[in-house]
Ligand binder design. Structure first.
Ligand SMILES: CC(C)(COP(=O)(O)OP(=O)(O)OC[C@H]1O[C@@H](n2cnc3c(N)ncnc32)[C@H](O)[C@@H]1OP(=O)(O)O)[C@@H](O)C(=O)NCCC(=O)NCCSC(=O)/C=C/c1ccc(O)cc1
Length: 378
């Protein structure tokens, strides 16, 4: 079965190592992989002989996101509900991982984007390396940072989450560690030895895993031009109430002290989908006050509206421009931020009405609904 070769399973005493294995597609998560991961995670939770789950990717990516083109094909053919099934399973997997009773270690030795963040950041241990490239690039794709990102981005220091989620800025491993998206930084040359040591762990007590990880931890320097050194500007600008005000605040900063970082940030915002930017900002803001389950339920409503396309068809256009034609020149509708009115934003947060059989995402109660600690030193 395809799903078996797309998620490889190794059993090493009480540890299970899962490898995302679609390297040509940068391990983009397809429906089969998500179903398989969900099935495995639930089974391991019930199995007392399993103490630790390790997740990693084959090749140069951990995971470059959800496998967008098939879902977009369904949307174009008027079958957006098939996409809704994809997201329902994906968000359920994110929820199971966020509330998992056993420790998980994700080895982020390469690209981690969108859905790839959803299957790692919610877990207890996230290992960055010198090869890690993290981004939530959804606003350039006509989507919004989903997979529970309104939960974990809103818990980053200050308004760094708004910056990362709206601009799609790329972070390296050191920056992930600094802001709390990663819990550890390990040099890639040490990963084989680390994995071998982790396989000796005979307990589900996270402190045992922590001790092993600490022995491999490297303390990287932030690069001189890191956005993390701009937290003061980020807080001043990205704390504004609206996207228009965020851009104006950045433009004011740019006139006072023009530099490449601010100009790149403004350019990224101006190139992204106006509807995506507005719903993303609102989503992250609401996420600040919600638990991970509530965030996922709200995001499911939002993504169903995005797929249904009544309010905007930017997802299909963004996918064309980034992943299919690769011209990186999407034609957004509405084109301007001011044409995306508050009442249009509101509709993304409402139930999908007048649809037979459509239901809100249902998440079962979990024994240890633990809010995983994002940000600050763990
Ligand atoms: C910066 C990347 C990660 C690497 O660039 P690269 O080094 O120049 O490599 P390539 O772009 O040539 O990518 C190698 C191959 O992997 C494929 N690929 C690379 N990401 C992907 C990918 N998310 N999917 C499906 N093939 C991919 C990519 O199309 C290409 O396939 P091919 O042209 O056949 O060689 C670049 O591929 C890139 O920008 N990828 C898109 C990243 C991205 O926007 N990810 C999605 C985040 S949002 C998300 O997860 C949402 C999922 C979703 C799901 C369903 C929906 O309806 C709506 C949304």
């Amino acid at each position: 079965m395809a799903s078996q070769s797309q998620v490889l399973v190794e059993e090493k005493s009480s540890v299970r190592i899962l490898t995302l294995n679609r390297p040509k597609q940068l391990n983009a998560l397809c429906f089969n992989m998500i179903s398989r991961l969900l099935q495995l995670f639930l089974a391991y939770e019930e199995d007392p002989s399993v103490k630790l789950v390790i997740l990693k990717g084959q090749g140069r990516a951990f995971c470059a996101g959800g496998d967008v083109p098939p879902v977009v094909n369904n949307i174009v053919q008027g079958k957006w509900r098939l996409g809704a099934d994809f997201f329902r399973d994906q968000y359920t997997l994110n929820y199971v991982m966020a509330t998992y009773s056993k420790p998980q270690v994700s080895i982020l030795n390469g690209i981690v984007m969108g859905a790839g963040a959803g299957v790692s950041i919610h877990g207890r241990f996230r290992i960055a390396t010198e090869n890690t490239v993290f981004a939530m690039p959804e606003t350039a794709l006509g989507l919004f940072p989903d997979v529970g990102a309104s939960y974990f981005l809103s818990r980053l220091p200050g308004f760094f989450g708004e910056y990362v989620g709206l601009t799609g800025a790329r972070l390296d491993g050191a920056e992930m560690l600094a802001c709390g998206l990663a819990t550890h930084f390990v040099l890639s040359s040490s990963l084989d030895a680390l994995e071998a040591d982790l396989c000796k762990v005979g307990s589900s007590d996270p402190s045992f895993v922590s001790t092993i990880l600490d022995a491999y931890t490297h303390h990287p320097y932030l690069k001189q031009k890191s956005a993390y050194y701009r937290l003061d500007v980020i807080d001043r600008c990205f704390s504004r109430r609206t996207v228009e005000e965020i851009i104006s605040a950045l433009e004011r900063e740019a006139t006072q002290e023009p530099d490449d970082w601010i100009l790149t940030t403004i350019r990224a915002l101006k190139k992204s989908s106006p509807s995506s930017l507005k719903i993303s900002l609102r989503s992250i803001r609401e996420g600040r006050l919600q638990g991970v389950g509530q965030c996922l339920i709200r995001e499911y409503r939002m993504v169903c509206h995005v797929m249904k396309g009544d309010l905007s068809k930017d997802l299909v256009e963004g996918c064309r421009a980034i992943l299919i034609d690769k011209d990186r020149n999407p034609k957004w509708k509405p084109k301007r931020l001011e044409d995306m009115k508050d009442n249009m934003v509101d509709q993304y947060f409402e139930r999908v009405e007048e649809e037979e059989r459509w239901e809100d995402l249902k998440l079962s109660p979990r024994n240890n609904l633990r809010a995983s600690k994002i940000a600050a030193k763990l």
